[in-house]
Design a protein around this ligand. Structure first.
Ligand code: FE2
Ligand code: FE2
Length: 494
């Protein structure tokens, strides 16, 4: 008996992009976006004949041609904020975030929505295409047509472009820029504060505290710190003294991670360091609120109680089962964080020992954050610069001099968040330190100004910039006290 052939489903004319699960395509897609991003950036720096470009062109070509060989054609398309590779939506990781955002911003600015590579590509056509692309005028509606014509006039028929699809209410989408990267930072920062608050509250009430979420957040923070530490470092300027303990734990963790990164720690060790720093004061959850928040100095008895928090912290950490395998580094780090370099701190030891590396790192981060945060008993804190001066005076006795040097490299000679007067009589806030150690005194500065409606404007200047004669355009004359100028530094970092 013959069976009836099952009817073939009608072919959709315009298949809707779907969330595919093709891991390989997704990996290649991420690779493609990253390479496209790098190539666009490089071509904005060098002219099309520059040899520095060759390597990046070839790397991009390799990815493009691999994809074409496998799929016959390569279409990269943006719909809203998502990229689709041959109709499959590409998911991106935190590491890929910069590339995705950069590319989507650049495409949207030029109103290009899709690029199709139809046949195997050669070096020359790709080079021509990239320069034609970056030279498109921003916001011009005919860009896709113009680009097509330009390609045709150069006998390049292997590339096709389409304009971006205008979606209602999305016109302002191309103003994304780096702000989104900052959004990720903000999310991690505030979520971690919320989570550490939950953990501390549960431990206080002798309830089950789930710290797996804390671990996940620490891992996300590490990705971001590795990519651009300045975003999370900037968040440490948000000092909230009602929620001191939570805010403080997160800040200490950010500083510690940034130091760990500079020390070349692996991601695994960084995760351990991040969690240890988040939990360094967990022992305080067993100290009564009245003692912790006492506006006056502590009595002898209260001080003795306070000094027990590192040891109580060790006990708590050892009981946190979900930490999985607890590395001794973490436990010792909590125990050591007030020992001081010469062991003059607490707890008092019967036997001499070396302060652990985690302990020494956290101690620097801890002291700096504590000094620069307003507290109930010290409403006007040290400025970042004053805090560093105190720490430098106490170096060798209290801190590991080498680590302190690394920390200063991190926050700069003019630490992040310092209010500074420039030789142009403008006032600015130190926003980001320059990575090159020779420019520790020439950070990136945010000019403090107001627009016509009185809102704070955000103009970033790089103090290494020079004029035509080779003179620096701006230099720091001195630091200023933000409290005297009634400037809320934190606002500029949000
Ligand atoms: Fe502490
Ligand atoms: Fe602390």
């Amino acid at each position: 008996m013959e069976t009836m052939p099952s009817p073939t489903p009608p072919k959709k004319l315009n298949p809707k992009p779907h969330d595919g699960t093709d891991a390989e395509l997704s990996k290649l897609g991420n690779n493609l976006v990253t390479k496209f991003h790098v190539l666009m950036r490089i071509s904005q720096i060098y002219d099309s004949k520059n040899v520095a470009l060759n390597q990046f062109i070839n790397e991009f070509l390799e990815t493009v041609n691999t994809l074409i060989k496998e799929n016959g054609v390569l279409s990269l398309k943006i719909i809203k904020d998502d990229f689709f590779l041959n109709e499959q939506r590409l998911r991106y990781s935190v590491e890929g975030f910069t590339s995705f955002k950069y590319l989507s911003t650049q495409w949207k600015k030029r109103l290009i929505g899709e690029v199709i590579f139809k046949t195997l590509m050669g070096e020359e056509s790709l080079r021509y295409f990239i320069y034609a692309f970056i030279n498109l005028e921003e916001g011009r509606e005919e860009n896709a047509d113009l680009l097509k014509k330009q390609l045709e006039s150069h006998q390049i028929t292997s590339i096709d472009v389409n304009p971006s699809e205008i979606i209602e209410g999305e016109e302002e989408a191309f103003t994304l820029e780096k702000e989104d990267h900052r959004e990720v930072g903000k999310k991690i920062f505030f979520e971690t504060i919320g989570t550490i608050k939950e953990v501390i509250t549960n431990i206080k009430g002798n309830q089950y505290a789930d710290i797996r979420k804390l671990k996940r957040l620490a891992q996300k923070a590490i990705h971001l710190v590795i990519e651009d530490e300045s975003i999370l470092l900037g968040m440490t300027m948000i000092k909230n003294y009602d929620e001191y303990t939570f805010n403080h734990s997160v800040n200490v963790s950010i500083y510690s991670l940034a130091m760990g990164k500079r020390l070349g720690f692996s991601k695994k060790i960084l995760t351990e360091l991040g969690i240890t720093a988040l939990l360094h004061d967990i022992g305080k959850s067993k100290i009564p609120r009245e003692v912790l928040n006492k506006p006056a100095s502590l009595s002898g008895e209260e001080w003795e109680m306070m000094k027990k928090h590192p040891l109580m912290g060790v006990e708590i950490v050892l009981n946190l089962k979900q930490l999985g395998e607890i590395n001794p580094r973490m436990v010792v780090g909590v125990f050591d964080h007030h020992l001081m370099n010469d062991l003059s701190g607490y707890p008092r030891l019967f036997l001499k020992k070396e302060v652990s590396l985690f302990g020494r790192i956290i101690q620097i981060a801890d002291s700096y954050d504590a000094m620069t945060t307003p507290r109930i008993y010290k409403k006007i804190p040290y400025t970042p610069e004053q805090a560093l001066a105190v720490m430098l005076r106490e170096k060798e006795v209290h801190f590991d001099p080498l680590l302190l040097k690394i920390f200063i490299g991190l926050v700069g000679i003019y630490p992040l968040g310092s209010l500074v007067l420039l030789n142009t009589h403008e006032i600015g806030i130190v926003y980001k330190s320059n990575h090159d150690p020779q420019w520790l005194d020439r950070p990136i500065v945010l000019l403090v100004d107001r627009d016509t409606e009185g809102g704070a404007t955000k103009e970033l200047i790089d103090l290494t910039d020079t004029d035509r004669a080779g003179n620096y355009k701006w230099s720091i004359v001195k630091t200023l006290d933000p409290y005297k100028y009634h400037i809320d530094i934190a606002k500029y970092f949000l």
